[in-house]
Design a protein around this ligand. Structure first.
Ligand SMILES: NC(=O)C1=CN([C@@H]2O[C@H](COP(=O)(O)OP(=O)(O)OC[C@H]3O[C@@H](n4cnc5c(N)ncnc54)[C@H](OP(=O)(O)O)[C@@H]3O)[C@@H](O)[C@H]2O)C=CC1
Ligand SMILES: O=C(O)[C@H](O)COP(=O)(O)O
Length: 388
């Protein structure tokens, strides 16, 4: 990117250089579920492209940042990076209201992003990159490898307690294989050890948000009220901040779990007879981060993949959803994302294209540009320019 943008090129009598320059002051805020990695993804590309950065670190998960605070203080010019911790509402609201934030780089819920953007007095000049909540689904087709698909869906739904934006939060399984699929899923999930993170072999650990167990309980009770059943033996148990892994289904369109991002160890399963059922659900879903499909028939796969591709940022074939590798663009559609992140795209997101140009038909312009090079920090590489 930089090699190309530092070059002057002549086109239609105009010689011009396109520079990628910093946007200005960036407010970066990461989520609690990946408190270190996902804060860094919001501010490192901003910092290396020359922006000034204010980072709000998550309230839950501030500790991993302490070792690096000293390093930033020691190695970066004063004021280039400021790290604040505490309530996001208390810290970010006045910063946004002040109007001098040029760029909001935010990972969290779309409702929070929406509120934050609206605090800015001049929204039309606020740049954003927003990675938000999701309700990713897996569609398990009738010709899928049931054991494999069940194991992959369990990993997709329950790893990190299901507290990943990319977690599978709704499973659609073809009715012809639903009984075997549910049985296999429950077998794996009921073998999970629930406990403290430092205990050997533990898969499900406490959720760290104070209101989360009550929220999950409410989602389960609401789904049951609308005709669902808890399908696994250890499902539906709560002990303070521990929520046992729960498989529940079928999910009615009137249940909160139909649309709500549970962000916890709950796997909703619903069976379908016609592909239009999950595909309609996907189209009506407000979110659009990723989705997965399990099966091998090219005709059915093509229908699903081509439909999903219009709705989500990444379609996973015979694999659960995930963010990496960072060489691939990462971003969502609809309420799940605005802008693309990964090693390369994020660098471009935090810069603005700026043109330095003159006409080449007048030799004095070319000479002036070449003279500028000696004193300007921006104008470089003019040696090869000739008058036309
Ligand atoms: N798409 C992606 O790449 C990813 C998305 N996520 C999503 O992030 C969410 C979990 O992260 P979480 O940190 O809880 O997200 P939240 O959006 O709940 O919180 C993030 C921050 O926003 C602040 N906030 C919330 N409402 C407002 C408001 N009205 N005005 C000002 N500030 C506000 C919070 O303040 P306070 O601290 O005061 O509560 C908090 O600091 C999940 O939905 C998950 O899917 C997570 C990882 C990756
Ligand atoms: O919160 C998330 O889910 C992350 O952005 C995705 O990371 P993962 O897919 O690598 O867990």
């Amino acid at each position: 990117m930089d090699e190309q943008s530092t070059r002057f090129e002549t086109n239609a009598g105009v010689v011009a250089q396109i520079r990628q320059l910093p946007v200005g002051v960036v407010l970066a805020s990461g989520p609690f579920n990946y408190p270190l990695n996902e804060c860094y993804t919001t501010f490192i590309p901003a910092l290396i492209t020359g922006n000034t950065v204010i980072v709000r670190i998550p309230r839950n998960g501030a500790a991993p940042h302490f070792p690096t605070l000293e390093l930033f203080k020691k190695h970066f010019p004063s004021g280039s990076i400021s790290i604040l911790s505490g309530s996001g509402r208390e810290i970010m609201t006045p910063l946004m209201e002040d109007g001098r934030i040029d760029f909001l780089a935010f990972i969290g819920r779309s409702s929070s992003a929406n509120a934050l953007v609206k605090y800015h007095p001049a929204v039309h000049r606020l740049h954003t990159i927003l990675q938000m909540d999701a309700k990713d689904c897996a569609i398990v087709l009738k010709d899928s490898d049931v054991e494999f698909a069940a194991a992959q869906c369990v990993t997709g739904a329950f790893s990190f307690n299901g507290q990943r934006c990319t977690a599978l939060k709704m499973i659609w399984v073809h009715e012809s294989i639903a009984p075997q699929f549910v049985q296999k899923v429950c077998e794996i999930v009921d073998a999970f050890k629930v406990g403290m993170p430092w205990e050997e072999g533990v898969q499900i650990t406490p959720v760290c948000e104070s209101g989360k167990p009550a929220e999950l309980k409410d989602l389960l009770e609401d789904a049951i009220k609308h005709g669902a059943h808890i399908l696994n033996a250890q499902g539906g148990r709560f002990s303070k901040s521990l929520a046992s892994p729960t498989v529940i289904g079928p999910i009615s369109q009137h249940a909160k779990l139909w649309t709500h991002e549970q962000f916890g160890p709950i796997m909703p399963i619903t069976s379908f007879s016609d592909l239009s059922e999950p595909l309609d659900w996907l189209a009506q879903n407000h979110f659009g981060l990723q989705s997965a499909v399990f099966g091998y028939d090219p005709q059915e796969l093509a229908t699903v993949v081509d439909t999903m591709a219009f709705q989500v940022g990444r379609v996973n074939v015979n694999a659960p959803d995930k963010r990496g590798p960072d060489t691939l663009p990462f971003g969502g559609k609809k309420d799940s994302g605005m802008g693309v992140m990964n090693a390369k795209e994020a660098v471009r997101e935090f810069t603005l294209e700026t043109v330095i140009a003159t006409t080449v038909n007048d030799p004095r312009n070319v000479k002036a540009l070449q003279g500028l090079e000696g004193v300007s920090r921006v104008v470089k590489g003019t040696a090869g320019i000739k008058s036309e």
